[in-house]
Design a protein around this ligand. Structure first.
Ligand code: NAD
Length: 469
C-alpha cells in the first residue's frame, strides 16, 4: 500500500465483522454442539432471570411503565417456563428420527438429524424487550448455535440490562450482545449470518430480508398488523369485553398480538360499548393515569402518532392524554369508518375502534379483504361460526374466547403469515427454526442390490425397475 493512503475503518462495521468472525471461529470448533453445553446455557439464562428478576422488572418499568406483575407473567415468568419446557423435551427433540426406505433401496437405513445452523443474528423490538430478545435466544442456544443479539435501542434500560448480564452468564465465546440503533444494525446486516431472526415492523422487515438475500441467508420475520376481535351477538358480552380489554390495554396496547379493533356483528356493536367501559373501569379505575397497572407510551414519536388517531370515531370512553407523561387513556371509539386513519394502520397503542358489520359473511369478507393478521380472535357461542372462521380466514394464529394468551401455550407455533411475517417459533418450533434437518442415508456396499439399476438396461432390468420404482 502506498505510504500516504488513508484507510477509513468504520468502527461500527469493524466491530460487527470482528464479532461475527470470532463467533464463527467458535462454532467451527464444535464447542456449541454438545447437548451438555446447550443445557448449561439454558440453565444459566434461567438463573439470571430468576436471580435478577427485579433488575429486569425495574428496566421494564423505566422503559414502558410496566407493572412488576405484568412484567413477570408476560416476560420473565414466560421465559422461565419456555426454558423449562425446552429443557424437559430437548433430548427427545434432538433424537435422530427414523424414516422408512423404499423397496428399491433395501437393505438400507434412513434417518434425519437436526444440526445447528452456525452463527445467527437476533434483532428484537422494544415492546416486550426481554421476552422478544430472549425467547428466540432460547431456541437458538437449544439448537446449538452461536448468537449475536441486537436489542432495541428504543427500550434503552432493558437493552443495557441485557448487555450487562448476558455476557456474564452465557458463554462469551459463543454469545454476544451488540447494542445500538440503525447504524449498528446496518453494520451487522452487512455480515453473513446463517439465519436472521427479526421481530418488529414490516418496513424494517423488508430491509432485513433484502440484506439477508445478498448472502442467501434464511430469515424469520415476526411482524405485526391489525388483529381483529370478532364479536357475535348471543355471546357473553360482559366476559368478552373483559377479555378484550385485558388483551388490548396491557402494556398500553403496545402488544403485537393485541386485538387491534373489535369487528362487531349486528347488535353486538352497540351492546358491547357499555361492557367495554365497565371493564376498563374495573381494571384501571376511573382515572387510569393513576393506576400502577397501566403503562405509558414508549416515546413522543409514538405518542404523537397515536394522539392523532383519537378523533377517528365517537369516543365511548377515554380520549384524554398527556404528552409529558406519555399517557393516553384506554380509549374506545365507536362509529368508526373503515377507511379512517385509525383503521389504515396497526394501532399499537391504547385505542380500540369498534367497526360494525351486519353478519358473519360480512365479517369474513372484511378480514379476507385486508392483510393477513398476526392473530384473529372471535367471541361466539356458535360452533358453525368457529368452523367457518377456521376454514375461511387466514392469520398467524386464531383464538376463540380469549386474546393474546395463545403465546403461553408453549406447544403452539407463534408466527405470522403474509404481511404479518414468515416463520414460527416457541418450543419445538424454535428448534425447527434454528436447525437444519439433515437427511442421512446409509446403504451397505454388500450385497450390491443396485446392480439392477445400472446400465445397460436390458428387457429384464426394465421389467424389474418398472415394478419396484
Ligand atoms: P423497533 O423500533 O424496536 O425496531 C425493531 C428492531 O429493528 C430494533 O432492534 C431496531 O434497532 C431495528 N431497526 C430499526 N430501524 C432499522 C433499520 N432502518 N435498519 C435496520 N434495523 C433497524 O420496533 P418496532 O418495529 O417499532 O416494533 C413494533 C412492531 O413490531 C409492530 O409492528 C409490532 O406488531 C411488531 N411486533 C411483532 C411481534 C411478533 O412477535 N410478531 C412482536 C412485537 C412487535
Amino acid at each position: 500500500m502506498p505510504p500516504n493512503t488513508h484507510v477509513d475503518i468504520d468502527p461500527t462495521t469493524d466491530h460487527a465483522a470482528e464479532t461475527v468472525t470470532r463467533l464463527r471461529a467458535t462454532f467451527n470448533t464444535g464447542r456449541t454442539k454438545p447437548l451438555a453445553w446447550r443445557k448449561q446455557q439454558l440453565q444459566a439464562l434461567r438463573r439470571v432471570l430468576t436471580e435478577q428478576g427485579d433488575v429486569f422488572e425495574q428496566a421494564l418499568q423505566a422503559d414502558l411503565g410496566k407493572s412488576a406483575t405484568e412484567s413477570h407473567f408476560m416476560e420473565i415468568g414466560f421465559l422461565v417456563k419456555e426454558i423449562d419446557h425446552t429443557l424437559r423435551h430437548l433430548d427427545k427433540w434432538l433424537r435422530p428420527s427414523r424414516v422408512s426406505v423404499p423397496l428399491s433401496l433395501v437393505p438400507a437405513r434412513a434417518w434425519t438429524v437436526r444440526e445447528p445452523l452456525g452463527t445467527v443474528l437476533i434483532i428484537s423490538p422494544w415492546n416486550y424487550p426481554v421476552n422478544l430478545a430472549l425467547a428466540p435466544l432460547i431456541g437458538a442456544l437449544a439448537a446449538g448455535n452461536c448468537v449475536i443479539l441486537k436489542p432495541s435501542e428504543v427500550a434503552p434500560a432493558t437493552s443495557a440490562v441485557l448487555a450487562h448480564w448476558l455476557p456474564q452468564v452465557l458463554d462469551p465465546q459463543a454469545v454476544a450482545v451488540i447494542e445500538g440503533g440503525v447504524p449498528e444494525t446496518t453494520a451487522l446486516l452487512e455480515q453473513r449470518f446463517d439465519h436472521i431472526f427479526y421481530t418488529g415492523n414490516g418496513t424494517v422487515g423488508r430491509i432485513v430480508m433484502a440484506a439477508a438475500a445478498r448472502h442467501l441467508t434464511p430469515v424469520t420475520l415476526e411482524l405485526g398488523g391489525k388483529s381483529p376481535a370478532v364479536v357475535e351477538p348471543g355471546t357473553d358480552l360482559a366476559t368478552a369485553a373483559r377479555r378484550i380489554v385485558f388483551g388490548k390495554f396491557m402494556n398500553a396496547g403496545q402488544t403485537c398480538v393485541a386485538p387491534d379493533y373489535v369487528l362487531a356483528i349486528g347488535q353486538a356493536g352497540a351492546d358491547i360499548e357499555a361492557h367495554l367501559t365497565d371493564a376498563i373501569r374495573e381494571m384501571y379505575g376511573t382515572h387510569p393515569a393513576r393506576s400502577d397497572d397501566y403503562g405509558h407510551i414508549i416515546n413522543e414519536r409514538h405518542f404523537d402518532r397515536l394522539s392523532g388517531l383519537l378523533n377517528d370515531g365517537r369516543t365511548v370512553v377515554g380520549g384524554d392524554h398527556d404528552r409529558d407523561a406519555l399517557y393516553i387513556a384506554p380509549t374506545v371509539l365507536a362509529d368508526v369508518d373503515p377507511d379512517s386513519a385509525v383503521m389504515g394502520q396497526e394501532i399499537f397503542g391504547p385505542i380500540l375502534p369498534i367497526v360494525r358489520v351486519p353478519d358473519l359473511d360480512a365479517a369474513i369478507a372484511f378480514i379476507t379483504g385486508r392483510d393477513k393478521p398476526l392473530a384473529l380472535y372471535a367471541f361466539t357461542a356458535s360452533k358453525r361460526s368457529k368452523r367457518r372462521l377456521v376454514a375461511e380466514t387466514s392469520s398467524g394464529g386464531l383464538a376463540f374466547g380469549v386474546p393474546t394468551v395463545q403465546l403461553s401455550v408453549h406447544g403452539l407455533p407463534f408466527g405470522g403469515v403474509g404481511e404479518s411475517g414468515m416463520g414460527r417459533y416457541h418450543g419445538a418450533h424454535s428448534l425447527d427454526t434454528f436447525s437444519h434437518t439433515k437427511s442421512v442415508l446409509d446403504k451397505p456396499l454388500k450385497p450390491d442390490t443396485l446392480r439392477v439399476t445400472y446400465p445397460p438396461y436390458t428387457r429384464r432390468k426394465d421389467r424389474i425397475l418398472r415394478r419396484i420404482t
